[in-house]
Design a protein around this ligand. Structure first.
Ligand code: GLC
Length: 564
């Protein structure tokens, strides 16, 4: 791999994260070193070289903390320890050291909206009386109705069902997610202090930042008013669904995106400033629209990045993509922040599967054997096209493990193995997110496709993963893996993430057509979402294409980078 200027230490003007490509590792599913069927930290450490070769700048690790795993680790029982299924704190140190040697930064997941019900604080709250300081760290309330037998308000859980559960003495506690994920009370100074300390704990160990879980949910409106609007998160709402404008009848959601959250992040930013030599980051997982609201998380004294979920949610239609890119860049430039592009993660159907359906209607929350199946070839073709478009966009980008192999979701997984709390809370009516969390295939002919030394995998791998395994694609011209490597190399050489975007005229609306120029060069990007071939400009030099060009024309569902 060639070294390029962007690989050198960032200068003050260009902090590393502004154009970083960050690869999300879902630790349970990346590499299993001990054959128990669950990925672990030593497994990650052993395979970090693969990411160096891929050409990413950093990794983000989904939670590895001590947890009863009611929500795959997003239910944290101890923020300062590693769950035994993943390893030990020493394993975490070894991972950080190896990443540092390789020049890869490491971002960890922080889950501040809720703890596990098995966290020492929640256990203390249960043991203490109503009104006690222990209960005040969480959202305990008396019930309503005769003998307080009804919940304090009508809030629902994002994972469906009631947002409140009752404890033996009659009080109720709020959980916007699973019963086993009680919400913290962020009005309590002790909670704020504790999280400053947790930030310092991991910064002192050497991490380069935090992806902040449910960053828009921490502060709830005083009085906890009833709310009848949608609880959507995780990109499952449909484009045709009309979310009412806030009014007296339909107030804004009292649990999402309250102004008070910003104070919390200002406090965190000041903690991070004490580690300025490393320039650690905060990245918001905030399902907030429109882009102007999301941009508020990116004001100069708050977070550095916020996932652009509006982009992820946009269907494969040229005009819609052009609009979401335009709006995102405009909103974020007001606060001086770069956009943070993303197409897949552990909460949504992978884009190679999502894009294998017609570009209309509601996005599914999980796909099962009884559902219409995606067109896998079309999905992969469009996924490659979407990725090539994304990797040219100015700003940062996140990749989700396995997308560089073109992995689809497991869309015929037996229901009996599903683990997502959504599946269980809806008695199977909503399948949930297991399909995108299946263990990685590293080698076609090895047990568990090389995920670990045994046949065991915590979720079954679909047969199709064999041909997509790393060893089937490594060094194979035209493979999705080599395609990602080329795109990342060019992006780095041309410093596209630090470039400036302008739109190209003269193309039909189905074609997303823009140019990105940086001090190191530039590209013209044409992404054809329409049915008809599009001619390339006279004399164009093709740098990279997501699929074969036909007689110098750009076919349907293909993206090309031309030298600018
Ligand atoms: C975020 C995580 C998701 C988790 C939820 C509750 O949305 O990405 O996986 O279930 O928060 O912590």
């Amino acid at each position: 791999m060639t070294d390029s200027p962007a690989r050198t230490a960032p200068s003050r003007e260009t902090p590393w994260w502004r154009d970083a490509v960050i690869y999300q590792i879902y630790p349970r599913s990346w590499a299993d070193s001990n054959g128990d069927g669950l990925g672990d930290l030593p497994g990650i450490t052993q395979r970090l070289d693969y990411l160096k070769d891929l050409g990413v700048d950093a990794v983000w690790l989904s939670p590895f903390y001590r947890s009863p795993m009611a929500d795959a680790g997003y239910d944290v029982a101890d923020y300062r320890d590693i769950d035994p299924i993943f390893g030990t704190l020493e394993d975490a140190d070894a991972l950080l050291a190896r990443a540092k040697d390789l020049g890869l930064r490491v971002v960890v997941d922080l889950v501040p909206n809720h703890t596990s019900d098995e966290h020492a604080w929640f256990q203390a709250a249960l043991a203490a009386a109503p009104g006690s300081p222990e209960r005040d760290r969480y959202m305990f309330r008396d019930g309503t109705g005769p003998e307080g037998a009804e919940p304090p308000n009508n809030w629902q859980s994002v994972f469906y069902g009631d947002g409140w559960s009752q404890v033996p003495d009659g009080q109720w506690y709020l959980h916007l997610f699973d019963t086993k994920q009680p919400d913290l009370n962020w009005d309590n100074p002790e909670v704020r202090e504790e999280f400053h300390d947790i930030l310092r704990f991991w910064l002192d160990r050497g991490v380069d930042g935090f992806r902040v879980d449910v960053a828009h949910g921490l502060v709830k409106e005083a009085g906890l008013p009833d709310y009848a609007g949608p609880m959507h998160l995780l990109g499952e709402h449909g484009e045709d669904e009309v979310v009412p404008e806030p009014s007296a009848d339909h107030p804004v959601a009292p649990m999402w995106d309250r102004d008070g959250v910003h104070d919390i992040y200002r406090g965190w930013r000041s903690v991070l400033e004490q580690y300025a030599d490393r320039d650690p980051i905060l990245c918001a997982e905030a399902w907030v629209e429109p882009a102007e609201r999301l941009a508020r998380y990116l004001r100069p004294d708050e977070m550095h990045q916020a996932f652009n979920f509006e982009f992820l949610e946009t269907h494969w239609r040229g005009a819609d993509l052009t609009k979401v890119i335009t709006d995102s860049i405009a909103a974020e430039s007001i606060v001086g922040a770069p956009s943070t592009w993303v197409l897949s993660n552990h909460d949504v159907v992978r884009h190679a599967t999502r894009l294998g359906y017609p570009p209309v209607g509601k996005r599914p929350n999980g796909i099962g054997a009884d559902d219409p199946q995606p067109d896998a070839a079309l999905g992969l073709r469009r996924a490659r096209a979407a990725t090539l478009m994304m990797l040219a966009l100015p700003g940062g980008a996140y990749l989700y493990q396995g997308e560089e192999l073109g992995l689809p979701d497991h869309t015929t997984m037996p229901d009996a193995v599903r683990q997502d709390p959504t599946y269980h809370r809806t008695a199977g009516a909503i399948l949930g997110r297991d399909g995108c969390r299946v263990p990685m295939p590293w080698a076609k002919d090895a047990p568990s496709f090389g995920f670990g030394p045994s046949e065991q995998t915590w979720l079954p791998q679909p047969e199709a993963y064999g041909d997509l395994a790393v060893d089937q694609q490594d060094g194979v011209a035209g493979s999705t893996l080599e395609f990602y490597r080329s795109a990342l190399r060019l992006r780095r050489e041309l410093r596209l993430g630090l470039g400036t975007l302008s739109w190209l005229a003269g193309y039909p609306a189905e074609v997303v057509a823009f140019r990105v120029r940086s001090g190191a060069g530039g590209v013209q990007v044409l992404a054809n979402t329409g049915p008809a071939d599009v001619p390339l400009p006279e004399g164009a030099e093709v740098l990279l294409a997501s699929g074969d060009l036909v007689d110098g024309r750009l076919p349907s569902d293909t993206t090309v980078w031309l030298r600018d």
